[in-house]
Design a protein. Structure first.
Length: 95
């Protein structure tokens, strides 16, 4: 006799679409996702945001379609804009 709650499998998380805009900008920059994380972290530290840091592997998640939480999209756009020499807004990068 089974007593208590029955096991109900969790629904699978929806698979996000790859972020092609960010991938394209990253390719133009010549950076790896890990280098993007380093650049974002340097900018965050320079502006006193020591509580926010990006793990070196996190940009891979962004490339797979996850969206970074504020204030990170603005920092990603800023460092890529400087590196590539084109103005990017977070929306331009799918962020």
């Amino acid at each position: 006799m089974l007593i208590g709650k029955c096991y109900e499998p969790k629904e699978a998380s929806p698979v996000s679409d790859p972020n092609r805009a960010l991938d394209e900008a990253l390719q133009r920059s010549g950076w790896t996702p890990e280098q993007l994380a380093l650049a974002v972290n340097a900018r965050l530290r320079a502006e006193g945001h020591v509580a926010h840091q990006v793990h070196p592997k996190t940009p891979w998640k962004w490339l797979r379609g996850q969206t970074p939480h504020p204030p990170l999209p603005g920092y990603v756009a800023a460092v890529l804009s400087e590196r590539v020499g084109l103005p990017f807004a977070p929306a331009d990068l799918g962020l």
